[in-house]
Write a new protein. Sequence first.
Length: 301
Amino acid sequence: VVARGGAPAARAHARCRGVDDTPFDPEPLEEALEDRVVLDAPADTFEPVQFALKTLLDRLSARLSGRQRAAVRLTFVLRLDPTGEAQVPLLLARPTARAKLLLELARHRLGELRLEAPVAEVAVRVDAHDVDLGQQLALGDEPEGDAALEGVLSRLATTLGEEALFSASLEAAHRPEVAHGARAFHPPEARRGLLSTAEPEGPVTVWREAGAARERPSRLLERPARLDAELAASGALLAARLAGKRHRVTAMAGPERLGGEWWTDTPYQRDYYRVHFEGLGPAWVFRDGRDGGFYLQGLFD
């Protein structure tokens, strides 16, 4: 057999004869955290559904806590009478196994839901969960902690979408439009309790030039917008048109030169100015060293 089919043929022949000694390695199946309740009668109001939700969430919270897990994403399944169903997802801003918080978020998510038929059965499924190591509270702290903040964040993420709730993070780049990126927002980990230690604050570096701090605008455009600029004979910026409207320059400070990425195919060399436009306010404008044009980078608050 080996001469004709090689080692794979020998293994197949041994298995057919029942003499294969290879140990069986079963693949563990992930437990589905799901529970359901059949209502005594089809409900056309939210009160019976809310009662069933409390029962289900209490059960699931106990199962999650027993496994040291916390829910990240839930799905509520409402089966209608006589046919049909509605599935409503719930995204949590921070993993939790607290039944009280989950019930509050479920009320917000399902309380105003309009259905075409009465609800006959309610089910809750945990689609994603994470490790929950618990927390040592300090004397006087309540277990709810930042429940109000978590509730607001979860409502925003569920109502507006997961992408609408984000925070800015610094990137390893000096070009202003790519120096930061959007990442998923998560509340900071609570560091309280007997064993917690305060993290030392790092030094804050403020760059100064000519006695004034180099300010950066809080609102940056995704891409710099070219301005239809009116220039004086000396090359100074007098006015600019933005969105079809002319804005006169009332004050201007700068320049601050930024440049880099000379080793790439898209190097940049810019002179930045803080320009106060009439009817628009203070803006961050630069003059491109390649084409000499003025561009709007962002707006100051």
